[in-house]
Design a protein around this ligand. Structure first.
Ligand code: SDX
Length: 443
């Protein structure tokens, strides 16, 4: 043990030795460039497809310990926030870095509430989608289009502009999401009711019918608000990485958030909650669980809602969501799919295939069961993920914009294609054949 915070690398191709500093338990990939075999050598690259072991930024927002199943927003354990906070207060914490006092929370709530209305043209966009358009597709398109309503958002280095876009996006995404749902149902749009809480207002825009004023069920309102807290941020996940990469070109935040929503849409990410329900409905009964476990173990499909790139223990959010389910069922009646989910979990957590790969339920395993019990169609489930994650995306965006170490994202590659070759007139060319090592489809 020398106690020096460095890595000594010996390049066995040349026998040269290099001393590379270690900071925050990481080395800078750029420090590898000095390792060359000769002067023409561009230097060593680090190769990390899907960035499985690469930190792309320094962040103060969210801390995850995957081995211990720990999740904290700005240092506060997710369990305490889920029990004692509310989504809008947690959004303030994530965006501003501290919990608000009474005065600042009142101002924050007012600022968000003042931005729940959307431009009337947004209706035209939503009306332009097919009757059966997936609401995540509507969200991607509509949020991207919002960049054309707010050209001031291009002033990304202006603090007041960043604050205004943050309020607009956190305030308006529930309205757009609810209107996408109303369109699917062929129902008239409901305007925001600013007397209600953030989540209560969302429920009103979803479910208000002919009554003069919508009254959210307090148990369902609290359950949805806690689910929003649990989904508010999760450090450098796929959609946040997409947001940061797009935002690194200094584009406006609406375009960057649209990219994040697009990434979240995928079944391996935020679309997993929808995929879980479809899986549970396909399994259909507890008696068929062993048959499906066998399929997943043979690589035929995946146990959706299980596994995580970082958590190699139980996702702390899944534990909380499992408890919320029973509170919701008190109001909605039990969703029978939970019995299938519980049996899948019981068997999987005893099976070496899952244990050896450290596959545990993640945030998406039980959330869809609650959403379905509340009456949401499965296509709305990823939308319910995108709404709260907007606070995390805006905090990550601001952190990127202000980080002096950041610049436009432009990764390198390892070229394995053809060496130089020269153009041949078409008459002289051989028939194109599918080469053994071809990585693209033959035409
Ligand atoms: C979210 O990153 C985040 O923080 C995301 C998120 C957030 O809050 O932003 O937490 C939200 O996206 C949660 C994850 C939701 N996705 C799913 O539930 C889809 C099912 N799970 C997976 O496809 C998978 O577990 C991932 C995508 C979540 C993680 O995949 P990794 O880390 O790339 O792992 P892998 O695909 O390389 O799998 C490792 C092994 C493989 O087996 P072998 O090739 O070693 O034999 O585990 C197997 C995989 O086949 N495996 C699974 C499995 N997940 C991984 N086998 C069966 N069922 C699964 N769910």
């Amino acid at each position: 043990m020398t106690g020096r915070n460095t890595l000594t690398i010996i390049d066995n191709r040349t026998g040269k030795q290099y001393e590379i500093p270690i900071e925050h338990n990481a080395i800078r990939a750029a420090d590898l460039k000095q390792i060359k075999v000769n002067d023409e050598d561009p230097g060593l690259l680090s190769y990390d497809p899907a960035l499985t072991n690469t930190a792309t930024c320094k962040s103060r927002i969210t801390f995850i310990d995957g081995e211990k199943g720990i999740l904290r927003y700005r240092g506060y354990p997710i369990e305490e926030l889920a029990e004692k906070s509310n989504y809008l207060e947690t959004a303030y914490l994530i965006v501003k870095g501290e919990l608000p006092d009474v005065k600042h929370f009142a101002a924050w709530r007012q600022n968000i509430t003042n931005h729940t209305m959307v431009h009337e043209n947004i209706k035209t966009f939503i009306e332009g989608f097919r009757y059966d358009a997936h609401p995540m597709g509507i969200l991607v398109g509509t949020i991207g289009a919002m960049s054309t309503f707010y050209p001031d958002a291009k002033n990304i280095h202006d603090l007041e502009s960043r604050r205004l876009q943050t309020r607009r996006l956190i305030g308006k995404i529930p309205t757009i999401a609810a209107w996408a749902y109303r369109k699917m149902r062929g129902l008239p749009y409901v305007y925001p009711d600013n007397d209600l809480s953030y989540t209560g207002n969302f429920m009103s825009m979803l479910w208000k019918m002919t009554e003069l004023k919508y009254k959210p069920d307090p148990v369902l309102e609290r359950a949805l608000d806690v689910l929003f807290i649990l989904h508010a941020d999760h450090e450098q996940n796929c959609s946040t990485n997409a947001l940061r990469s797009v935002a690194s070109s200094q584009v406006d935040p609406y375009s960057a958030v649209a990219a994040a929503v697009a990434a979240l849409y995928g079944p391996l990410h935020g679309g997993a909650n929808e995929a879980v329900i479809r899986m549970l409905m396909e399994i259909g009964s507890v008696s068929r669980v062993p048959e499906y476990i066998k399929k997943f173990k043979s690589g035929e499909g995946r146990l959706m809602g299980f596994g995580h790139r970082v958590y190699k223990n139980y996702d702390p959010r899944a534990k909380i969501i499992k408890k919320i389910a029973y509170e919701v069922f008190e109001v909605t009646g039990k969703n029978p799919l939970i019995d299938i989910a519980l049996e899948l979990e019981r068997i999987a957590l005893q099976d070496d295939y899952f244990i050896s790969r450290k596959l545990y339920p993640n945030v998406d395993f039980y959330s869809g069961i609650i959403y379905q019990a509340m009456g949401f169609p499965v296509t709305m489930f990823p939308v319910l993920f995108a709404i709260p994650r907007t606070a995390g995306w805006m905090a990550q965006w601001a952190e990127l914009v202000r980080d002096p170490e950041q610049k436009i994202t432009r990764p390198r590659q390892i070229y394995i294609g053809e060496p130089e070759r020269h153009y041949i007139p078409i008459e002289e060319r051989p028939e194109p054949t599918q080469r053994e090592d071809a990585v693209s489809e033959a035409i």
